[in-house]
Design a binder for this molecule. Structure first.
Ligand code: 13P
Length: 313
């Protein structure tokens, strides 16, 4: 048996659902029960998992979200050191300081935050629902202003597409893998691949978003490719893992990276070997090191923010 077959057998034997984000290595996509974007995975974790264990193949904040939504289930992360530099831009204490500076202004945070940060917010959002969530929470608070963090580029995406005054907190927050895209990358890619369609994630800088044919989440890009034929191909402006998935699912179509350096080392920490080790640990004393636990006083508050997002989207 190869490692993928061993994982499949163990997964069934131990009663585990494997959820994976598109940025993990392709081998992980192939053994996962479900693959999705941040919003899709949160919804699946909440409504569609009937096993006692969820193994989350993604960065730690995603596993935390699954844990907050499923306090009765055991959530496992194959590598708890797989963090998110964007999430590190904003803590709960930071938010409390902004609340003093801007009293009565609702706080919206990107799902790419720790549970501790989410516990200090009114609502969270993902790239696929950021506009709708921001408008709804402003309406609920009878205001035209929101605090939005930690991604300055996603904040700008919301600002440019609504009538809201969007105050970006902390102001400079960004995903280093999306923030590296430049106008020159677009010019070079379009020169090399004329007539290719440019798809860009809203975490990319605004000047790059402005040059895109489509802006959306990872799932949004996948849907776009399924729905639009283009013989000249597609230039993909997000983390490189989505390219691998697109090529796997669309062997007859052509894909080009906007910048091949857009690689998230944290997502790539989630390997088949680590998944196998994690599954083997279930029911042994080693299991505890893979368990993702959010203290209940934090989880209860973070849950309100996450559930409100799911209800509103
Ligand atoms: P998506 O919701 O588009 O999958 O974004 C996930 C993410 O973490 C981007 O950095």
């Amino acid at each position: 048996m190869d490692i993928s077959e061993k994982i499949s057998a163990l997964k069934t034997e131990k009663g585990v659902t494997i959820l994976a984000h598109y940025y993990t290595p392709l081998g992980v996509h192939k053994i996962a029960d479900r693959i999705g974007d941040s919003l899709g995975l949160s919804k699946i974790a909440k409504n569609e998992v009937d096993t006692d264990y969820i193994l989350f193949a993604g960065v730690l904040f995603m596993a935390e979200t699954a844990s907050v939504l499923n306090p009765a289930k055991t959530i496992l992360s194959p590598d708890k050191s797989a963090g998110c530099p964007l999430a590190n831009f904003l803590s709960g204490d930071d938010i409390e300081k902004y609340k003093i500076q801007y009293p009565d202004i609702p706080v919206v945070v990107y799902v790419n935050t720790t549970a501790e940060t989410k516990a200090h917010t009114d609502i969270c959002c993902t790239s696929s629902n950021a506009i709708k969530i921001s408008q709804k929470i402003a309406e609920e608070h009878n205001t035209d202003t929101i605090l939005f963090g930690p991604d300055k580029n996603l904040a700008s995406y919301v600002r440019d597409r609504t009538d809201l005054k969007v105050i970006s907190i902390p102001g400079l927050g960004n995903c280093p893998r999306h923030n590296l895209f430049t106008k020159m990358d677009v010019v070079n890619a379009k020169n090399t691949h004329p007539n290719a369609i440019l798809l860009v994630h809203p975490e990319a800088p605004p000047e790059v978003q402005q040059m895109a044919d489509y802006i959306g989440s990872t799932s949004g890009m996948l849907n776009y490719v399924h729905e639009h034929e283009n013989d000249a191909g597609y230039i993909i402006g997000t983390e490189i893992g989505l390219m691998d998935h697109l090529i796997w699912k669309n062997p007859s179509k052509k894909f080009f990276p906007l910048n091949p350096k857009s690689l998230c080392e944290n997502m790539k920490k989630i390997t088949l070997e680590k998944i196998y080790t994690t599954l083997k640990s279930i029911g042994t004393p080693e299991e505890e090191q893979f368990q993702v636990k959010v203290p209940s006083h934090i989880a209860q508050k973070a849950l309100l923010s996450i559930e409100k997002m799911i209800d509103y989207s």
